[in-house]
Design a protein around this ligand. Structure first.
Ligand code: URA
Length: 214
């Protein structure tokens, strides 16, 4: 399969998203600007990710008269952040859906096997009944994302989506193979994953740029 040809990949091509992403990529963009842009793009991503939530007309009273007006019904949301950089996306999404629950999955890369090892899992009790949006700004090897989705499926989640800022073709390909049922949302799919598992051209280390570490 063409790695970019994931059966359920949506690219967020909106000019505002692309413009903000371009500024985030620039070497000279400061931590403060980077964090603010991550928040803004995440809000726009949440708008797209929730486009198909079901609505039903409910009775309300305006100051002038009663009416039937659309309101979101059905599944509630949970945003699951893959630590630590996922927090930079989760916080922006929460601006748009402040009532969403937030879960966290922490994983580190085993230096020998290069595979993710879970060190933290904290999920809301009713996570299986929610629409779960898993967030990580960088879909690089795809191994952490695949492991997180597997963990959530094991917890009973059946309605999952994955959202990232940037993806490598290799990461998209891993998700296409391991979780073809899970829709993936990305602002761009870059050229390649390098030998250090960095996305090229990319934007560098998203966690370091979000939190000002190095
Ligand atoms: N994680 C990052 O922060 N950047 C990359 O390019 C790849 C993984």
């Amino acid at each position: 399969m063409d790695p970019v040809n994931h059966p359920r990949l949506t690219l967020l091509t909106h000019p505002l998203v692309q413009h903000k992403l371009t500024i985030m990529r620039r070497r000279e963009t400061s931590t403060g600007e980077f964090r603010a842009l991550a928040r803004e793009i995440s809000l726009l991503m949440a708008y797209e990710l929730t486009r198909d939530l079901p609505v039903r007309d409910v009775p309300i009273d305006t100051p002038l008269e009663p009416m039937m007006a659309p309101a979101i019904v059905g599944k509630k949301l949970c945003i699951v952040s893959i630590l630590r950089a996922g927090d930079g996306i989760a916080s922006g999404m929460l601006d748009l859906v402040p009532s969403a629950r937030v879960g966290h999955i922490g994983m580190y890369r085993d230096p020998i096997t290069k595979r993710p090892v879970e060190y933290l899992l904290k999920l809301p009790e009713d996570v299986a009944e929610r629409l779960v949006i898993v967030v990580d700004p960088m879909l690089a090897t795809g191994y952490s994302a695949a492991a997180a989705l597997e963990r959530l499926k094991a917890a009973g989640c059946a309605n999952l989506r994955f959202a990232c800022l940037l993806a490598a073709p290799e990461g998209v390909s891993v998700l296409a193979r391991t979780h073809p049922d899970v829709p993936v949302y990305a602002c761009a799919v870059d050229r390649v994953l390098d030998e250090h598992a960095y996305i090229r051209p990319g934007l560098g280390d998203a966690g370091d740029r979000l939190f000002g570490t190095k």
